[in-house]
Design a protein around this ligand. Structure first.
Ligand SMILES: Cc1ncc(COP(=O)(O)O)c(C=O)c1O
Length: 356
């Protein structure tokens, strides 16, 4: 009745496209949050077979889940909880992004760590002023520091470059204190595309790996990536209604002529944004408007006098190259971003994986 189609061949070809665009920098494939809704284990397994440089997740539990699924590629996580068992990270050969003094003091000595520094985003990571204390602990405990990372705010070019200046100065401070850093990484998808000088030794790519545009204000150009996910459901009911028919809760829409309404069993329980307004979906070869409020289990399409039937496939989003609506367009209809649309998608929709 409803399905998310995940093209694992595209995951691998997108990854290779990123490698050739951003090399010689390594490319971390970011598979946190269930691979942005695409299915973490299946996506990571496909990338592992394709020889991914590193897989990136936020939580230690996600990293351990990758290992338990038999994935051998290097794995890094960077959002630790005080109660995380960091010894298990060592046992499972997981690289840790370290952001607090408490983590630095408790991480097992043999763990492979990357220091996370807050260069301006105001989220996780050490403030630059903490670096002298960080160095003291590293030296006293003889920790195994391999990398230095930070994350850009993508606010403006000037602000991104200001973050880079801070990043470089923290790197110099560490080097001057004798802390050797092998791998510097600052850029995620947007930064890796926009600023060749910020690719350093590695870039961390999430959204663009899934073939989606990291920018809200411009097209994604010059990268041979294609959308990996498409969301579909089959028409569950189809009926002729008169002019003036109210549609769904609150009658946000009333028909202005006799028409045909198609019921699509894909609701906000599946991640279709409830506030979406003005979205379009594809049935057959045509696009039709979604009308009225999205409900928990379903939404309604005004299909006019199109020749369609119960059971026909409705593409909710997919690939513009197939003339399908995009995750970006659905996001725009709900005042959000493609990241949120794909990451929240799911509910009762099955993921069907097209093998690489
Ligand atoms: C630290 C870090 N690096 C990289 C990424 C990947 O970002 P993007 O999906 O924009 O490539 C994220 C995602 O939010 C992140 O938190």
């Amino acid at each position: 009745m409803r399905e998310l189609r995940i093209d694992l061949g595209r995951i691998c070809s997108n990854y290779l496209a990123l490698k050739s665009a951003f090399g010689p920098a390594k490319v971390m494939a970011v598979v946190k949050a269930n691979a942005y809704g695409h299915g973490m284990i299946e996506v990571a397994t496909a990338l592992d077979k394709a020889g991914v440089d590193v897989l990136g997740v936020a939580d230690l539990d996600e990293a351990i889940a990758l290992r338990l699924a038999g994935i051998d590629a290097p794995v890094m996580c960077w959002l630790l909880d005080q109660k995380d068992d960091l010894q298990s990270a060592v046992q499972q050969n997981i690289i840790l992004g370290i952001s607090t003094i408490q983590q630095l003091e408790s991480v097992p000595r043999e763990a492979a760590i990357h220091l996370k520094v807050d260069t301006g985003l105001g989220r996780n990571g050490f403030m630059p002023g903490q670096i002298p204390d960080v160095v003291k602990i590293i030296q006293a405990r003889q920790l195994n520091v391999q990398g230095l990372l930070s994350h850009l705010a993508n606010t403006s070019e000037a602000e991104d470059f200001a973050q880079q200046v801070v990043f470089d100065s923290v790197y110099s401070m560490l080097e001057a204190a004798g802390v050797k850093i092998e791998i510097r990484h600052l850029a995620a998808s947007a930064g890796a595309i926009s600023y060749p000088g910020m690719r350093y030794d590695m870039v961390r790519c999430g959204i663009v790996l899934y073939g989606l545009n990291p920018f809200e204000d411009r097209a994604l150009e010059g990268l041979a990536v294609k959308p990996v996910m498409s969301a579909m459901a089959k028409i569950a009911n189809l009926k002729l209604v008169p002019v003036g028919q109210g549609v769904s809760y609150g009658y946000r829409y009333k028909t202005d002529k006799p028409t045909q309404l198609a019921l699509v069993p894909f609701g906000y329980a599946e991640g279709m944004p409830r506030i979406s307004q003005g979205a379009r979906v594809k049935i057959g070869q045509e696009l039709f408007p979604v009308v009225g409020r999205i409900a928990m289990d379903q939404f309604v399409v005004d299909a006019g006098d199109a020749e369609i039937s119960i059971g026909d496939e409705v593409i909710i989003f997919g690939d513009s190259a197939r003339n399908e609506p995009t995750a970006e367009q659905l996001a725009e209809s709900a005042g959000t971003v493609n990241y949120e649309v794909v990451t929240r998608i799911g509910g009762r929709a099955n993921r069907v994986f097209l093998q690489a």
